[in-house]
Design a binder for this molecule. Sequence first.
Ligand SMILES: CC(C)(COP(=O)(O)OP(=O)(O)OC[C@H]1O[C@@H](n2cnc3c(N)ncnc32)[C@H](O)[C@@H]1OP(=O)(O)O)[C@@H](O)C(=O)NCCC(=O)NCCS
Length: 314
Amino acid sequence: MTGDKNLQALLAAIHPVVREGEYVYVLWPHGRPLAAGIQAAVREAEGLTVVLPRSEADGLGLPYDFVAAWITLQIHSELEAVGLTAAVSRALTDAKISCNVLAGFHHDHLLVPAGEAARALEVLAELAAENSHQPRPELVLRNETAEDREKILALTAEAFAISPATGLPAKGEPIEVDVLRQLFECEEYLPEFSIVAVLDGEVVGHVISTRGWVGEHELLGLGPIGVTPRLQRHGIGSALMNETIARANAAGESGIALLGSTEYYPRFGFVPATSLGVLPPEEIWADSFQLLPLALWPGGVHGTFRYAAPFAGL
Ligand SMILES: CC(C)(COP(=O)(O)OP(=O)(O)OC[C@H]1O[C@@H](n2cnc3c(N)ncnc32)[C@H](O)[C@@H]1OP(=O)(O)O)[C@@H](O)C(=O)NCCC(=O)NCCS
């Protein structure tokens, strides 16, 4: 017999199955030939205990107290697999379901109060789920490549299908898609600041920062940033923001400017740009135009921010 000794793997694959009918424990009358319906027997000095279908015990007029449902754990476990039955009975005990365990050569069996079978199955399903850890795919953040571009444009179209500015569906292709298309080709494009998030081989997020200025002082202008809608609010946007900030600090950049939600970006350290003396290109952007002063922020940078050329048409 070769069974899986790894307890977690065993618990993940216990596959409980309920046998039909109800079962009872009875003390078998001394000297009577064993009935065909007996499912389990334990010989003790005091006598023979058997487990058999309730209907059969009734037919033989044998008394019993405990009426049980019979659950078989279909997993093929080695008898010496340490801790399996302990873990199962602990889970059932925690759920206040009493349980007698019988170990057969091939499988373990649980006798639980007849009315509790459905709940016991739920507890066992939960136990299996808790122990079935699929390896989580890793989120990879890397520079965008030319091959990624169509996918990035498609995900940007999806992410901005509802305009974050108006909350309304975009008419036709969202404007951010064409801005991005132009940013890929413009002079202010900086390869290490066009970053994709890849999950399981799929491009699921993208952020771009391009060269911008206040007077002669160079800054980064961040945007657009987009995450595939079905994976939003799972931390991918934050991962892209944090990667941008780390790269910007490492590259000796002094600050990052963006237009965006005053609810979202302050968590990364962004403040209204005007509070640092930097004015938005459009006055009405007000506090939504934000700036993150990086480690090398010099102070004394005053003036109106100028984005990369493709933003001019916005
Ligand atoms: C904005 C966006 C890039 C954020 O990425 P994400 O992976 O969804 O975000 P994260 O999982 O890292 O962060 C989720 C948190 O940000 C908040 N958040 C996300 N987008 C927000 C927004 N536009 N306004 C306010 N809060 C926002 C969520 O409520 C959540 O908050 P919590 O952590 O307190 O629960 C993504 O939602 C997106 O692509 N949105 C559509 C396009 C867009 O609006 N781009 C930004 C234009 S400025």
